[in-house]
Design a protein around this ligand. Structure first.
Ligand SMILES: [Mg+2]
Length: 259
């Protein structure tokens, strides 16, 4: 992995040659760390920078959040959104959702009941029912309770993976369950590029910035031509570049907006 700000001439060269599209994760990429996910917000300077970029190149936010939630949080004109890790989107101004099978819906319902029981034991957990996926944020939990709680999550993760209808991921103090389908931030990114190509009759090169495990699907899908940037250096990442912190994302966006 190369550090973005040490490789700017190379990145600049690539940017010059292509039609660009900017694909961004939200939490911990655009928004600073929030102990309660409901309080995560888009800082004013980041919003201003995105506002400058959006009229020039397509900007798409790809998040695990609910579509309605991310739209409210970002609230910038001309930006496109993909929610629920690719299951919900409004790329052509109309709302589209990937349909779930009855078995998957039932599995989500069953999991929800089990997770609610855990939330009763650990009231500091922030439970989110995102309709097509479920998330438990546990940043507010006492330090000594984290390990036992993660043990419970890992046990559920095992059961769920065994059943084969849902997928469970534990990352960044969030336990998430979503339908096991061939839909993720990687397929969502490819869908964005396809829709842009159809609309503008030209090929787009993506710049993708994300920090989490679900963003790795996108880094992998865009590996060939994409400018993939991970927030935080990680040896095993499929991203080609990295930024040191969420704060640096904004520096990069500022650089990009004046480019
Ligand atoms: Mg993130």
């Amino acid at each position: 992995m190369k550090y973005v700000f040490k490789d700017l001439p190379n990145i600049k060269n690539r940017l010059k040659k292509h039609n660009l599209a900017l694909l961004l994760d939200f939490d911990l990429t655009l928004s600073p760390l929030a102990k309660n996910p409901n309080q995560a917000f888009l800082p004013k300077t980041t919003k201003d920078n995105l506002g400058k970029i959006a009229p020039q190149i397509p900007v798409v936010i790809i998040t695990g959040r609910k579509l309605s939630d991310i739209k409210k949080k970002v609230n910038i004109k001309n930006i496109l959104y993909i929610g629920n890790h690719g299951l919900e989107h409004s790329l052509n101004k109309k709302y589209e959702v990937v349909p779930l099978s009855i078995d998957t819906k039932n599995a989500l319902l069953k999991a929800k009941k089990e997770l609610i029981k855990i939330c009763k034991i650990y009231p500091e957990i922030i439970f989110e029912d995102k309709k097509y996926s479920l998330a438990l944020g546990y940043r507010l939990i006492k330090k000594n309770q984290i390990r036992p709680l993660e043990c419970i999550f890992k046990k559920i993760q095992k059961e769920i993976n065994h059943e084969g209808l849902l997928e469970a991921r534990l990352d960044k103090k969030t336990f998430e369950l979503f339908p096991l389908m061939k839909v993720n931030k990687g397929t969502a990114s490819l869908l964005v590029l396809k829709k842009l190509k159809n609309k503008f009759h030209k090929k787009f090169t993506p710049i993708y910035i994300g920090d989490g495990q679900t963003d790795e699907d996108a880094f992998l899908s865009l590996k060939k031509n994409g400018i993939t940037i991970r927030v935080g250096k990680k040896v095993k990442s499929s991203a080609k570049w990295y930024l040191n912190s969420q704060k640096e994302v904004n520096f990069f966006l500022k650089w990009l907006s004046s480019f």
